[in-house]
Design a protein around this ligand. Structure first.
Ligand SMILES: *[C@@H]1O[C@H](CO)[C@@H](O)[C@H](O)[C@H]1NC(C)=O
Ligand SMILES: *[C@@H]1O[C@H](CO)[C@@H](O)[C@H](O)[C@H]1NC(C)=O
Ligand SMILES: *[C@@H]1O[C@H](CO)[C@@H](O)[C@H](O)[C@H]1NC(C)=O
Length: 297
């Protein structure tokens, strides 16, 4: 009798927790967020199908990137006529539209895809105010209502909850900012997390296709940090570094991504694969296959 009840409970358990698939796979549900590798889009807003758009680092839009499996969105902010936009270097060079419109697109996708956790890493090169400029767009877009706030800040890499528990709690957007999120400008917002106390990274804008690994940007030690693999290859044209769609199928191959990841594992001090694999031109090559392999799927 008891065993029948236990069996029933066992069967009902996944229903009670509501999560049988997490980020597309049942095997990821019980994994800590810090023990999963996510596919990332560098300059996710800077997409253009125009081969002559040299400031574009992507060829497909945000929704298409998400549909391809991207779960880590990187973007660079700039103020344009008093409104926060995502722009590449400057809004005159490449204007990806308002941050609000971008977040609304993300929110619409999240509503249509309830079992997915997405991480945003936005840069704040102009030091725009967290409470006055950033918080309002997260609130207006609805993203703040599904944002994850860790119980401690910085949150150690091995202390993150499982994907299933984040999804059950409805807190499935993780937001990092490179500057200002540590509360230096007055009021910290609990769900806007500082990048460098929680994430380390090897150099970005590499021009070496073997991606030599070193600890580049960090505050603290890699031992308790998530890590971001900057796996996008630039070419140097008269001192100006630009992305190159011609090399992307090779750069974004399983062999190149896995070799880069393996080269960085010893430096992680956690014997861990990268948390995020950041690519240009995510529609080219096999980024998702590489991430699945790193996740042991
Ligand atoms: C997750 O844990 C497994 C087993 O310890 C490890 O091989 C893998 O590298 C880890 N992945 C990440 C992203 O931490
Ligand atoms: C995004 O790209 C997809 C696939 O190319 C397309 O179907 C969709 O209309 C685009 N969305 C917008 C808002 O342009
Ligand atoms: C590229 O990186 C590899 C591996 O670290 C290194 O051996 C090689 O010297 C680098 N090439 C250049 C041109 O820096």
């Amino acid at each position: 009798m008891l065993s029948h009840i236990s069996l029933l409970l066992l069967l009902l358990l996944p229903l009670a927790f509501g999560q049988t698939v997490c980020n597309g796979n049942a095997a990821l549900c019980d994994r800590s967020y810090g023990n999963v590798t996510f596919l990332g889009a560098h300059d996710s807003f800077a997409f253009s199908e125009d081969a002559l758009a040299l400031a574009a680092d992507q060829q497909v839009n945000i929704t298409a990137q998400l549909d391809l499996g991207v779960r880590f969105l990187q973007a660079q902010s700039h103020l344009n006529d008093g409104v926060i936009h995502f722009c590449h270097t400057s809004c005159a060079l490449f204007d990806g539209g308002t941050v609000l419109a971008y977040l609304q697109t993300l929110m619409a996708w999240l509503e249509a895809n309830p079992n997915e956790i997405v991480t945003c890493l936005f840069t704040n090169p102009e030091g725009l105010s967290i409470p006055d400029v950033w918080q309002p767009v997260f609130e207006q877009s609805g993203i703040s209502a599904v944002a994850y706030t860790p119980p401690q800040n910085p949150m150690p890499a091995d202390a993150w909850p499982t994907l299933a528990s984040m999804l059950s709690a409805g807190t499935r957007v993780v937001i990092f900012l490179d500057a200002g999120a540590d509360g230096t400008d007055g009021a910290a917002v609990p769900y806007i997390l500082p990048e460098f106390t929680m994430i380390w990274e090897p150099p970005f804008d590499s021009t070496n296709a073997s991606f030599p690994c070193s600890v580049n940007r960090i505050s603290g030690s890699p031992a308790d940090h998530l890590y971001l693999l900057n796996h996008f290859l630039d070419i140097d044209i008269l001192g100006i570094l630009i992305s190159d769609p011609g090399q992307a199928p090779t750069t974004n191959s399983v062999a190149s991504i896995v070799a880069d990841a393996q080269g960085c594992v010893p430096l992680s001090q956690r014997n861990a694969n990268p948390t995020y694999v950041l690519l240009d031109f995510v529609n080219l090559g096999d980024g998702m296959a590489a991430v699945n392999q790193l996740n042991g799927l």
